[in-house]
Design a protein around this ligand. Sequence first.
Ligand code: NDP
Length: 675
Amino acid sequence: MSVMQLRSYALGAWVAPAGARPIRTPVTGEVVAEAGSEGLDFAAMLEHARRVGGPALRKMTFHERARMLKALAQHLHERREPLYELSLLTGATRADSLIDIDGGIGTLFVYASKGRREMPDAHVFLDGPTEQLSRSGAFMGRHVCTPLQGAAVHINAFNFPVWGMLEKLAPTLLAGVPAIVKPATQGAWLAEAAFRMIVESGILPEGAVQFIAGGVGDLLSHVGPQDVVSFTGSAATARKLRAAPAILDNATRFVAEQDSLNASILGPDAAPGTPEFDMFVREAVKEITVKAGQKCTAIRRILAPAAHLDALAEALSARLAEVRVGHPALPETRMGALASAAQKADVLEAVGRIGAEARRIFGDPENFQLLGADPDKGAFLPPMLLRCDDPDGARAPHEIEAFGPVSTLMPYRDAAHAAALANRGGGSLVASVFTDDPDFARDLALASAAWHGRLYFADRGIGKEGTGHGSPLPHMVHGGPGRAGGGEELGGVRGVMHYMQRTAVQGSPRMLTAIGGEWVRGAPEIDAGVHPFARRFGELRIGETIHTPARTITLEDIERFAHFTGDTFYAHMDEEAARANPFFPGRVAHGYLLLSFAAGLFVQPDPGPVLANTGLDNLRFMKPVSPGDSIKVRLTVKRKTPRNESHGEVRWDVELTNQNDETVAAYDLLTMNAF
Ligand code: NDP
């Protein structure tokens, strides 16, 4: 096999490696690639992202960028086969590669979908409702988020070359921010191949992404106040990078995801023979062996009730004995190689240090069976289980991360002790609890949630649907406090916010409407001269309004509605009982009657562009309506969101007022309208 020359992609052009260093595959120890980034003009790369990529991305709406992500995901999905071949060379088995490659593409798909469903087809993301800042409502406030006008620098870890790249790119690009991707040099051939597909797709605008194969040179001394550095890797490197003078001087956002001593807790109820015990054993073995334990979320510490410790040690050892270590291309191999010889040496060193306070009860790195590979040339290790019977006195198992197929078993006494031990990791990405006891789960959550970015509870009810302790999901926050880096990624739209600025905007309803693209109560109303239900999606303007005539509510209306629907609640039917209720002056109209009459007042009945009523949001009944009161409705186009080529969602601001112009009910009505 010829040695792959990994190229960088800078200022819209591919650049051959300079000052290259060889990169070996951990499977055979052979040199398979060379990478080097000498000579790249890193300051110019940042400027290119800011001047070319950023403006092109910001011209697009969230929906346009979401569609771009979907097209990219589809493009990669159709071409992913060659990536598996390159993934083998990183030491990954087919199952490992699915997590990396398909997991990465899946993350793009989720962000594409969330961008269209949860973000507006606009340039501004509204964070929360308006705030009334003055008595009459003439002066209002609202928080808006807009894309940062700098570049994102993504510094990725070696363990997931594709997922690591795509899980950062998806929220960054959706936010409208260009990125410079720097993969870990080890395994960079896989990241480069996936990145090449991204560029060749032509789906992203020029400047949206650039790539560094090799070191980052002086890049970090050129970052500014609108840039973001998002880092995954070791705590030591994170500490160094977050203290870079340009990052400190400019308060450049720095998101870190780093080492984590994740714990998994077997509940006191989860005795041998229970479904939770079996689930725990399966999960712990999976976490020790998937990606040869090189997962930031892997279970490093196994906490079990003292009474079940021996049985658990036995069950885990029996399962681990079935794991076949070997060449990742062999179908019978369950666990492949570590990322590099250096990584193997690091793991052995860490095991030695933990071993000073724990004893190895399974796995011998000097003596294990290896399938189809040379133990002297490849970076292979067996799964290893350690046991520490004094978890309170010991420090190493809570502080040293062996980033490989290694976990340490420890006993605990009760929920408080289990939580205290879990928290001794100093802040982690994830902790899991295997229990069928909701009280234990709650105790653990209260005592421990603040120390972990994610808590995973497994009981028999989740069956096979649980995604597992170690899987960060694009929908859920990934990151953790303290030792885990203090950062957050993913978490759906939350992850997009790391690349946007939240700004408190204050002004009149008219200004807030213009800026946010959503009609704010008190802003001018537009009379189009026709009923808005007769107007197509494209014709409707934000602020178009109708005011209906009034309708008087009679006692007979209330009684008919009560008997028709079966809702004969006393507040509508029994004068004396209603009067005794502090909320009502006597019998009052049903809230749902008011909604129904409101629809009767504002609906335009002829067939037309309104296709369906799809729901109500934010419904509030503010003032009771008594027999003899009258109601009228104001219906205003609040926001428009295209859903596909033929129709879009219209959000209407609906306000019901009585004969004294007091608001009796308000809500958002959602309709689907033809284009
Ligand atoms: P590093 O922190 O050394 O590397 C992580 C990334 O940072 C790589 O892209 C690396 O590039 C880059 N980097 C390293 N030094 C600098 C620098 N001075 N300036 C800019 N970028 C830099 O971690 P390793 O990959 O060596 O892994 C070491 C340990 O980190 C593991 O054993 C494990 O404990 C932890 N780790 C944690 C992960 C997690 O997800 N939480 C993932 C991977 C590792 P390059 O490769 O070119 O050096």
